[in-house]
Design a protein around this ligand. Structure first.
Ligand SMILES: Cc1cc2nc3c(=O)[nH]c(=O)nc-3n(C[C@H](O)[C@H](O)[C@H](O)COP(=O)(O)OP(=O)(O)OC[C@H]3O[C@@H](n4cnc5c(N)ncnc54)[C@H](O)[C@@H]3O)c2cc1C
Length: 450
């Protein structure tokens, strides 16, 4: 039925193409790619296995203004956000409390709290108006090949043909894997994340987080550190305030979870019961639980980004910066660049790998590969010292601030002296040097990054 609707049939290499570009995956990346192609007046087909776009996708809750504006331009003003996020905290958890840093600015904000389902729904409505043909409920099983070129996709019901296929099918990207563009992921290459959507009265959220009624401010909190019982698991927790819900989640390296035989729910329960977090979600009702993978392959394990007739983008290419909780902006902009490359290829009727490698050059110029390059070793460095970061320093911070704040009639000099000497007593010098070296190398990585 779709074949009849499309009027443009192009003949190249004896194939009847139904579209100029096929995009697999209607997350931020695929939608952005499809929009870029449609804006140039080309026929684009966007396919997603989910019944409704966004129903299979998951994130913490922050989408970023600059990338959204670059892709959706004036339509950005209709973004269905629930709160503007302008307070960011990082809390280092110990057994009974935490040490936190907060940055907030009520005038400037880059991040918006938008529910994932609403985000994709909003994006799909916009791109449909621009002429994108969107087919939900359509699982792409295979790529169609001819003369070593990808020339289409095979779904459960039918085949779709186009000279370019953009793979924006998310972290698992079985299609990129099937084409040998990437290796099979090892557990170390991914973070497993679990999240709960917790319902609370809007007024209660505003009281607990000191938020305004008009939704012009919101909070995000990142949590580092875990209890003694969960040693050697590199975990990060997150909390986002929405209008009348809170998103609370946690992510941990899959290899740590497997090696320590720890279920991700145990970490989520730990967070929910921590003294810092429990009062924030008290009397909340869990509406939804979801789990998802986040790629942590970064620059060093980047897949081959193009082949004859095919481009890989977004999570499918591992474009995530987990240190900064950024993924949607990488997805939106890499999708746009993939679309732009497809347009150039169509104009030149050249769909070869060599020609499509223009995409990599565009990515190199963008923040995407600059940042992934800068952070290429940082995750591994932090990961190697995770026992210190998770279990040692949060407790030393607790001791430090206990001295700073306890008016206990003891000499401060004596207490601080004892505190600094304790580093050499309860930790061997070699470990301290390794921690210091790791911090120094991370600073150098950032300073001499791209
Ligand atoms: C717990 C968690 C918290 C996060 N928090 C944030 C955050 O706060 N801010 C942020 O910027 N990023 C965050 N991220 C990362 C962000 O969600 C991703 O980077 C982003 O969604 C990637 O977009 P994408 O379009 O590349 O892939 P996805 O959003 O994963 O979309 C892929 C799409 O492809 C479809 N698909 C897959 N296979 C097929 C197939 N064979 N056939 C048809 N369709 C297929 C799927 O149904 C899906 O719709 C978070 C991620 C997680 C897991």
């Amino acid at each position: 039925m779709f074949f009849i609707e499309i009027t443009c049939i192009i003949n190249i290499m004896d194939i009847n193409y139904n579209a100029d570009v096929i995009v697999v995956g209607a997350g931020p990346c695929g939608i952005s790619a499809a929009l870029e192609v449609a804006r140039a007046g080309k026929k684009v087909v966007l396919l997603d296995r989910a019944k409704y776009a966004g129903s299979k996708n998951m994130y913490g809750g922050a989408i970023y203004k600059t990338a959204l504006k670059e892709v959706f331009q004036d339509d950005f003003d209709t973004l269905p956000y629930e709160r503007i996020i302008n307070s960011h905290s990082w809390a280092f958890l110990n057994d009974t409390g935490s040490f936190s840093l907060t940055y907030q600015d009520s005038c400037e904000s880059e991040a918006y709290a938008v529910k994932r389902f609403n985000l994709e729904k909003w994006m799909i409505e916009i791109i449909k108006k621009k002429g994108v043909y969107f087919a939900p409920n359509t699982l792409v099983k295979n790529l169609v090949m001819q003369n070593e070129y990808v020339v289409g996709v095979e779904t459960e019901l039918e085949k779709y043909y186009a000279p370019i296929v953009i793979l924006a099918d998310g972290v698992n990207s079985l299609l990129a894997k099937g084409l040998n563009l990437r290796e099979k992921y090892k557990p170390k290459d991914v973070i497993l994340s679990a999240k709960e959507t917790i319902k609370l009265d809007k007024k209660i959220i505003e009281e607990r987080f000191n938020l305004k009624e008009d939704l012009t401010n919101g909070v995000t909190k990142m949590y580092l550190g875990n209890p003694d019982g969960i040693k050697n698991v590199f975990m990060m927790g997150f909390l986002y305030t929405f209008k009348d819900t809170i998103m609370l989640g946690v992510g941990a390296n899959l290899s740590d979870l497997v090696q320590n035989k720890i279920n991700i729910n145990k970490l989520l329960e730990y967070l929910k019961n921590h003294n810092d977090i429990k009062p924030l979600i008290k009397d909340g009702q869990t509406l939804e639980y979801s789990a998802h993978l986040i790629p942590e392959t970064g620059y060093n394990k980047m897949p081959k980004l193009t082949d004859n007739g095919v481009i890989v983008a977004g999570d499918a290419a591992g474009f995530v910066n987990s240190v900064h909780f950024e993924g949607t902006n990488y997805a939106l902009i890499s999708g746009k660049l993939a679309g732009k490359t497809a347009l150039c290829a169509l104009e030149n009727s050249n769909f070869s790998q060599e020609y499509l490698s223009l995409y990599k050059k565009e990515l190199d110029k963008s923040f995407i590969l600059k940042d992934l390059y800068t952070y290429r070793n940082i995750i591994d460095r932090l990961y190697d010292r995770r026992a210190s970061l998770m279990n040692y320093y949060p407790y030393k911070m607790k001791e430090f601030f206990k001295i700073v704040t306890s008016a206990n009639c003891k000499s401060k000099s004596l207490q601080f002296r004892e505190y600094f000497l304790s580093f050499f007593k309860d930790r061997n010098l070699k470990e301290l040097i390794k921690d210091g070296y790791m911090a120094f190398r991370c600073v150098l990585d950032i300073f001499f990054g791209r």
